[in-house]
Design a protein around this ligand. Structure first.
Ligand SMILES: Cc1cc2nc3c(=O)[nH]c(=O)nc-3n(C[C@H](O)[C@H](O)[C@H](O)COP(=O)(O)O)c2cc1C
Length: 197
């Protein structure tokens, strides 16, 4: 099993520290119950005005919905998901509020909170996920018949940790095996005062 090193500067919860985004998932199916459990974790996320603007399309490997979601991925993402992902989601959000009179500027933020909950819940179950911006947004909207006032945000693939490297293209093996995870230091993004370069 690939082990990642996360050089934390402060002691954080192990579920956050140990999460990472594999492309090679274990060859172990996920179930409808798993999906509903993960969706339930997302359901209890906070959202602006409790508007819950998130919408999720989900499909398990071997089903028609999975294939339809797969068809909305950009080629790069299709290549590594093809033999690896055990479930696929599309995340979308309602862009307006107040009966369409006002834009909901925080809807994308709230989808992020939803996925944050899902990530932690999944980690507690030994399930990994990999979020993807590389999707055909227009196709997804048409394919799943979403109204005009919805936008798609991401696709997400799911599966248990511990996948076989052979299930993903060879040019991605190095990235998958790279042990050291990297982040910019807090001093670059957190200001106890004015913005700093
Ligand atoms: C919104 C979002 C979009 C992403 N898009 C892609 C993508 O299209 N393809 C891909 O292989 N990885 C994608 N990633 C994965 C990131 O590259 C990955 O999360 C990042 O390198 C940090 O690695 P970690 O999640 O293992 O800590 C995306 C992640 C997020 C959160």
């Amino acid at each position: 099993m690939i082990q990642k090193q996360t050089p934390v500067h402060h002691d954080i919860h192990h579920l956050i520290e140990e999460r990472w985004s594999p492309r090679a998932f274990a060859d172990k199916p996920l179930t409808e119950d798993d999906m509903h459990l993960l969706l339930e974790a997302g359901r209890w996320a906070a959202s602006s005005n409790n508007l819950q603007p998130w919408r999720i399309v989900w499909g398990l490997r071997g089903t028609e919905t999975y294939d339809r979601i797969f068809g909305c991925l950009k080629e790069f993402n299709q290549n590594w998901n093809k033999e690896s992902a055990q479930a696929l989601w599309l995340t979308a959000y309602k862009t307006d509020m107040k009966d369409g009179e006002q834009e909901n500027f925080h809807a994308l933020h709230d989808v992020g909170l939803f996925m944050g909950n899902v990530s932690v819940q999944a980690q507690s179950m030994g399930i990994a996920l990999h979020q993807m911006a590389g999707i055909d947004f227009k196709k997804a909207k048409e394919e799943f018949q979403f109204p005009e006032n919805y936008h798609f945000a991401t696709a997400v693939s799911f599966g248990y940790y511990g996948g076989d490297l052979d299930s993903i293209p060879e040019d991605l093996h190095e990235a998958e095996k790279k042990s050291m995870r990297e982040r910019i230091p807090q001093s670059e993004f957190a200001f106890n005062g004015n913005f700093q370069k």
